[in-house]
Design a protein around this ligand. Structure first.
Ligand code: SF4
Length: 355
């Protein structure tokens, strides 16, 4: 994938992509060799080439063939230090966590750890501490505890609450929960966005209900376009690419913010780009393109032809820039921990919070 910094510099000249971005794309794809008994690690990272910028990453460990290695607090590429990390902790499934300096709260409020079925999902590899918050009282208590624990007056400053779970079996149950989230937010003086990552919200009636608790942001979990029945849990796989476009269009018509998740490294570039082009007109915020992270030999089986090679990702990055560049939408570094973009998009610097 990548041999050393000089290799990244050569690729940088060839592809017009900053070498720092190339290093981080390769790191995200390869994961780390590490002599610790943890399958996934989350941490803050500073590249030696950019010591003033801190990023957040979650990587798979125990990748024996990765050229990247974790030694104490150093990340080495073929033996040479390229970055240091801190605040490392095992990536267990937790009930909630902050991003963007406590202005964005992510909630795994429907026990995400119990959800299974997507071959790339790390749930079965992780420890979990995310009990279900099914009743309104549970949400009230959780938000009150957050406010107290972080010495906040209330949740006025919270811009969005992201509900991130694939485990709602029916649309009406998801909507019921989201209505409760809105009620609990209002109780804490929070009028921020409810952001829902899911494939379960699909009907026009469901979209009307979501619009009623606006501001609302729907991230449709598209993930991939080939072998969907094999790679994804059934409720996700049932949605065809054409239906996904219809769902996002219905949402956008109701002034719901729209985007989708897509995993780069599962489809051939031809298939991916053909479908992604259809998503451009129904997408109103930059989509979450995530680099495929394999954690074991089984997950390795699903890596697309060519996707063990850095050029695969640099090609996809350039093509996606061509697709989405004219929309004016741009990646936000703080909202994606395994993106194709870190410090630049095409020839533009990416600014703003990174954590
Ligand atoms: S929907 Fe798939 S990726 Fe999401 S939590 Fe469930 S198994 Fe994991």
């Amino acid at each position: 994938m990548l041999s050393d910094r000089a290799h990244a510099e050569r690729l940088s000249r060839e592809w017009g992509v900053h070498a720092d971005d190339i290093m981080l794309i390769a790191l995200n794809s390869c994961g780390l060799q590490a002599d610790i008994d943890v399958s996934r690690l989350r941490f803050r990272i500073r590249l030696d080439s950019r010591p003033d910028e801190q990023l957040y990453m979650i990587l798979s460990l125990g990748r024996a063939h990765s050229p990247f290695e974790l030694v104490d607090h150093e990340i080495r590429l073929n033996g040479k230090r390229i970055a240091i990390i801190d605040s490392a902790e095992e990536d267990d499934a937790v009930l909630g966590y902050w991003r963007k300096d406590r202005r964005v709260l992510t909630l795994n409020s429907n026990s995400r750890s119990q959800c299974i079925g997507c071959v790339f999902c790390p749930n079965t590899l992780e420890d979990a501490s995310d009990p279900r918050l099914t009743a309104l009282d549970d949400l009230h208590s959780y938000f009150s505890a957050l406010v107290e624990n972080f010495s906040l007056a209330d949740m006025t400053e919270v811009e969005r609450v992201t509900v991130c779970t694939g485990c709602f079996k029916h649309e009406h149950l998801a909507l019921q929960h989201l209505q409760q989230v809105r009620e609990a937010m209002t109780e804490q003086n929070c009028s921020g966005i409810i952001h829902f990552l899911s494939s379960i919200l699909t009907t026009t009636q469901g979209m009307d209900a979501a619009a009623d608790i606006s501001p609302f942001h729907l991230t449709l979990t598209a993930e991939c376009f080939t072998q969907r029945g094999v790679i994804l849990k059934e409720s996700k796989a049932n949605l065809t690419p054409a239906e996904m476009v219809r769902v996002l269009g219905d949402a956008a018509e109701r002034s719901i913010m729209t985007d989708f998740t897509y995993i780069v490294g599962l489809d051939s570039p031809e298939v991916a780009l053909q479908h992604l082009a259809d998503f451009v007109p129904v997408t109103t915020t930059f989509p979450r393109f995530q680099i495929y992270q394999s954690h074991n030999n089984l997950m390795d089986l699903f890596i697309a032809d060519g996707a063990r090679d850095i050029d695969f990702y640099l090609y996809m990055r350039r093509e996606i820039e061509d697709l989405f560049g004219p929309t004016g939408l741009r990646p936000k570094p703080w909202e994606n921990y395994r993106p194709l973009w870190y410090f630049t998009f095409a020839d533009e610097p990416l600014r703003g919070e990174r954590i």
